[in-house]
Design a protein around this ligand. Structure first.
Ligand code: FDA
Length: 309
């Protein structure tokens, strides 16, 4: 826990960021978890995954935009990305993931409608390209507004996906309320530490809550997107799918780029649908530090890279 907090604090540090970018060994870690800095890098990663039978959801890194112009710029980045996906003939292999605060949610009283407008533009462009969008979930302070934005946009774009975090107590209710035929819900544990009142602090409680929400999603007609690398939860998802008569096209496993790649290929080899979260962009540093904070063993990967030089 201490290491996790230290690492998260490190994600704010500019000098560390440029050190990490310049050091060959850590550059190897960046290349494993981040597709690159440009949209074309992400599309290249998607093509490589598609060759392995693995789907993608692309995230343009960055959050908490400073002003509406920046939020508009990030929205345009997504529109360009969707055009590139379409032009590369990869629309059936890749969708996009969007953080609401990256497209305006954090910008005061107007933030919610600005984010809704920008996500609607991204949905329009995704529909034209023949693919979908999933709205990421950020820390708990943004959950109510994010759910409102998704509920409004789903009237027009019923295929719009939404993330729920099992670390939050409210999520079981949200999963039950949301679970309707075909509704795309990505269930994850949650990357942010919730407060004691609103969240589960013990990892075992987070896992148990994950299973309860997952059961709700599988038992309803929802389309569960099971976002975890946890071998136990992956196995439980498989069991729930079988028990509820779900075929390979009726749910999917999701993991992040660079995490358990052999497992991603194994599941895809069994015929399951596997989707990998492919992040790209200049704001890679905070994302990378969070991945290491979640799993300090990723540091070993860097150490091995140094040792083998
Ligand atoms: P956890 O970190 O609890 O680890 C459990 C076990 O899984 C470990 O003991 C190990 O066995 C195995 N494991 C985990 N990571 C591994 C790795 N890298 N390599 C090998 N084994 C590993 N969060 C959020 O708050 N909002 C969001 O929108 C999203 N979106 C999202 C999309 C996708 C596709 C994924 C996969 C994840 C997210 N997350 C997220 C992040 C999520 O909430 C969570 O922080 C991470 O997935 C880590 O939790 P796990 O469930 O993977 O297991």
């Amino acid at each position: 826990m201490v290491l996790r907090h230290t690492l998260i604090a490190a994600s704010e540090n500019e000098r560390l960021r440029s050190f990490v970018a310049r050091t060959p060994a850590t550059r190897g870690v960046i290349n494993r978890f981040v597709a690159g800095e440009r949209a074309s890098d992400a599309v290249r990663a998607v093509a490589g995954l598609a060759d392995l039978g693995v789907y993608s959801t692309i995230d343009h890194l960055g959050e908490n935009t400073a002003d509406p112009a920046q939020a508009g710029g990030i929205t345009r980045e997504y529109l360009t990305l969707l055009e590139l996906i379409y032009d590369a003939g990869l629309a059936s292999w890749a969708e996009v993931s969007v953080k609401p605060t990256a497209v305006g949610l954090s910008l005061g009283a107007e933030g919610e409608s600005l984010a809704a407008d920008n996500i609607a533009r991204i949905c329009e462009s995704a529909a034209a390209a023949g693919t979908t969008v999933t709205v990421d979930m950020e820390d708990e302070s943004w959950v109510p507004a994010t759910l409102r934005v998704v509920a409004v946009l789903r009237r027009e774009y019923p295929w719009l996906g939404c993330v729920l975090q099992s670390s939050l107590r409210r999520t079981e209710g949200d999963a039950a309320a949301m679970a309707g035929p075909g509704v795309r819900v990505r269930l994850c544990k949650g990357a942010y530490a919730p407060s004691a009142d609103t969240g589960h602090r013990d990892k075992r409680d987070v896992d148990r809550a994950f299973v309860r929400s997952l059961r709700t999603l599988f038992e309803s007609g929802a389309y569960p997107m099971v976002a975890t690398h946890d071998p136990r939860l992956v196995a439980i998802a498989g069991t729930l799918a079988r028990r509820n008569g779900r075929g390979h096209d009726d749910f999917e496993y999701q993991m992040v780029l660079g995490a358990r790649p052999a497992e991603q290929r194994r599941l895809a080899g069994l015929g399951a649908r596997v989707r990998v979260y492919v992040p790209y962009g200049r704001e890679w540093y905070g994302y990378l530090v969070r991945r290491v904070a979640e799993r300090p063993a990723n540091l070993l990967f860097a150490a091995r890279a140094v040792a083998s030089r």
